[in-house]
Design a protein around this ligand. Structure first.
Ligand code: 6PG
Length: 243
């Protein structure tokens, strides 16, 4: 596990962009395609904007035509809904870069049957990445104040999932369904990157990385892949011995 503490959200977005570019070039060099799962929430928006920004050095380095986009989770809303993780990524990055439309594999969360949407998404992932346990090249994740990641919340039955790659848990805390990649899929990735920003996350970051408390984010332990935690200074402010 690599824990990197960056000076500011500005530095955090650019460190994450460097990692994204490095993973994309390595995957395309080895297999001709790069498969990445985007996280939702607010934290990754600045990363997506930096990747798409023509005034930054990253946009021209990403092999967009060989890149396949997935989502590590989605809210049970249509793609044009303000809460849609797809919509956020579309507005902040995908609508501004030369990625083929067929390479954008969003979760069809407008489906009134979330379990069917999850099943369909598992098939989509297997179609692009291969039948057995797909190994995505990069999975982006965030961290909630309760220690949830993707849409794997404390106490969720998804924590015990061992076979399905995508699930549609009812999230009692939010009184809604979510569609989420499961731990078997997340932990089979080549690289998993947690992006965490802001002082309001400092305590949960300390607990997840150095504290006793058990929470879903701690179950992210890639088998053969690498695990990165990129934090801005505020989010990492309560960690000991990590500069
Ligand atoms: C979602 C996310 C979720 C998110 C965390 C952190 O759909 O909400 O995937 O897991 O990453 O809740 O969210 P913020 O970045 O907004 O703090």
């Amino acid at each position: 596990m690599i824990v990197e503490k960056l000076e500011s959200p500005w530095n955090l977005a650019r460190a994450a962009a460097r990692h994204f570019v490095a993973c994309s070039l390595e995957a395309v060099a080895i297999r001709g395609l790069f498969t990445v799962a985007l996280s939702g929430g607010s934290t990754p928006r600045s990363l997506y904007e930096v990747l798409a920004d023509p005034d930054e050095p990253f946009r021209e380095l990403v092999p967009w035509s060989n890149t396949h986009f997935f989502w590590s989770d989605e809210r049970h809303v249509p793609p044009d809904h303000p809460d849609s993780n797809y919509r956020m990524a579309h507005e902040s990055m995908l609508s501004h870069v030369p990625v083929p439309k067929d390479n954008i594999h969003r979760i069809h969360s407008e489906n009134p049957d979330p379990a069917a949407a999850a099943q369909a998404y598992e098939e989509t992932i297997k179609e692009v990445t291969g039948p057995i346990v797909p190994q995505l090249d990069l999975i982006l994740l965030g961290l909630g104040n309760d220690g949830h990641t993707a849409s794997i919340f404390p106490g969720s039955e998804v924590l015990n999932e061992t076979t399905r790659l995508v699930a549609a848990p009812w999230v009692e805390q939010l009184k809604t369904y979510r569609i989420t990649m499961t731990l078997p899929l997340i932990n089979s990735a080549t690289s998993v990157l947690f992006l965490v920003s802001g002082s309001e996350k400092a305590e949960i970051v300390r607990e997840v990385l150095q504290g006793p408390r058990r929470c879903p984010a701690q179950e992210v332990k890639p088998g053969s892949g690498e695990l990165w935690w990129m934090l801005d200074k505020d989010a990492g402010s309560r960690l000991h011995n990590i500069n």
